[in-house]
Design a protein around this ligand. Structure first.
Ligand SMILES: Nc1ccn([C@@H]2O[C@H](COP(=O)(O)OP(=O)(O)OP(=O)(O)O)[C@@H](O)[C@H]2O)c(=O)n1
Ligand SMILES: C[C@](O)(CO)[C@H](O)COP(=O)(O)O
Length: 230
């Protein structure tokens, strides 16, 4: 079964405010996107990576990542879309068109550049084991409130039933293809699958799989991964 990872990397990184697309921002000299792709291949489970890159940087991204693929695999780079869902859709269409025997698809944010390879392998193992859709999650440490438009609290959901969702999210290729037929947008890929009635299963995530979104997150990553700990 060929495992293909789609890497949405075309975001502008406005909340980070670094002055370049977030995927290209270096942490201790290595761009986030390069780290994310390295982690996917280091899991030992991924043969092909399809990157949805910032449209102005496709050639640069291809040069930086092509040599990371293992023997028999490849890195494919194409221009991403205007929203994350568009980038994933474009990468999925490419994978299904040009990579033979694509049977399992992972979707992994470039912004989750420090995801341990063991988490990636765990997601793949759960799909290989028979689940159609698998996501890595963490428990919620804070109390969560639902509020109305005026910021007034409406309810306090039981946090024992809530999870923080990470990537990679893993799917049988046909399950994700069918979910993307809907044409709607969502903040993660599992939400599209949920709407088709397919059960989405969870496996343990990891704090290092945090999404680099703000300057605070980048500072945390620089402190954690200042060399040697990776
Ligand atoms: N049009 C887009 C928007 C986002 N992404 C990717 O989706 C992942 C999660 O998005 P997020 O962290 O929100 O990144 P940005 O959209 O860059 O952030 P911001 O909203 O701050 O601009 C990132 O790897 C990002 O590059 C993408 O491929 N295409
Ligand atoms: C897919 C995701 O990383 C799961 O937590 C997240 O939903 C991406 O959201 P964003 O709005 O693109 O940051």
């Amino acid at each position: 079964m060929s495992v293909v990872a789609l890497v949405p990397a075309a975001g502008r990184g406005e909340r980070l405010g670094y002055g370049m697309p977030k995927a290209l921002v270096p942490v201790n000299g290595v761009p986030l996107l390069t780290r994310a792709v390295q982690g996917l291949f280091e899991s030992g489970q991924v043969q092909h990576v399809v990157i949805a890159a910032p449209p102005s940087d496709v050639d640069q991204v291809h040069t930086a990542t092509a040599s990371l693929a293992p023997a028999g695999g490849a890195v494919h780079v194409l221009p991403g879309g205007s929203e994350r869902t568009d980038s994933v859709r474009l990468a999925l269409e490419h994978a299904l068109r040009v990579i033979p025997d694509t049977s399992i698809v992972l979707v992994h944010d470039a912004a989750r550049a420090f995801t341990p390879p063991e988490v990636i392998a765990g997601v793949v193992a759960a799909v290989r084991g028979g689940y159609d859709a698998v996501i890595p999650v963490l428990p919620v440490a804070d109390t969560i409130k639902q509020v109305d438009e005026a910021g007034v609290v409406v309810s306090t959901p039981d946090r024992a039933a809530l999870r923080i969702v990470q990537t990679p999210q893993g799917f049988r290729a046909e399950t994700l293809r069918a979910a993307y037929c809907s044409g709607i947008a969502a903040t993660d890929d599992a939400a599209l699958v949920e709407q088709t009635g397919v059960a989405v299963h969870t496996v343990p995530g990891h704090p290092h799989a945090m999404k680099i979104t703000t300057p605070f997150d980048l500072a945390v990553a620089e402190a954690l991964f200042s060399g040697g700990q990776e």
